[in-house]
Write a protein that binds this ligand. Sequence first.
Ligand code: COA
Length: 164
Amino acid sequence: MQETKDLNVSATEPDWSREAVRQFWDPGQKLMRAIRRYQRAKSRGGVLGKLSAKRWALSHLFWSTVTQSEIHLNTQIEGGLRLTHPTGIIIHPDCIIGPNCMIFHQVTLAGAVTLGGHVDIGAGAKLLGPLKVGDHARIGANAVVTRDVEAGQTVVGIPARPIS
Ligand SMILES: CC(C)(COP(=O)(O)OP(=O)(O)OC[C@H]1O[C@@H](n2cnc3c(N)ncnc32)[C@H](O)[C@@H]1OP(=O)(O)O)[C@@H](O)C(=O)NCCC(=O)NCCS
C-alpha cells in the first residue's frame, strides 16, 4: 500500500479521478459508476429518474456478479473510493465510507463501520462494527478489527492492534 504513506491524498476532498473508468474491463470502477449513477438517478426522481435508476441497478447487478461483491446501492460512500482487485468485497448497507479510501479484495465491513477519509484496507481484512476508523488509517492484510482505529494509525493481526 505504497499510496498510504502519501499524505498528499486528501482525507476530505474527494479525488474523483480515482473512480474514473479507463478501459472496457474495469470492474471496480464500473461497479462504483453503477452505484453513483443509481444514486444520482434516484435523487433526480420523476419518470426518467426511475427508468435511469432501473438501468443502473441492472448494471450494478452485473458488476456485483462479476466481482462477487456486495456493496448495497444506497450505501453512503464519498468520492474517490478505489477498489483495487475487486473481488469478494462485502460492505454492510449501514457503513459510511469517507473520501479517497482504498479497499483491496476479500474485505468485509460488517455492521455499522464508519471509515474516515483516505483509509486503506489490506486484502482479506474484516472490520466488525459498530466501529470507527480515523483519517489516513491503514488496516493490514487479514486483520480482524473489533474496535475503533485512531487517525493515522496502522493496525494488524487478530484482533487488530496498532503498530508504530
Ligand atoms: C499493514 C501494512 C500497511 C504495514 O506496512 P508497513 O508500515 O510497511 O509495515 P512493515 O511491513 O514495516 O511491518 C511492521 C510490522 O508489522 C508486521 N505486519 C505488517 N503487516 C502485517 C499484517 N498484515 N499482519 C500481521 N503483521 C503484519 C510486520 O511483520 C512487522 O512486524 P515486526 O516489527 O515484528 O517485524 C502492510 O503490511 C499491509 O498489510 N498492507 C496490505 C497490503 C495488501 O493487502 N496488498 C494487497 C496487494 S494485492
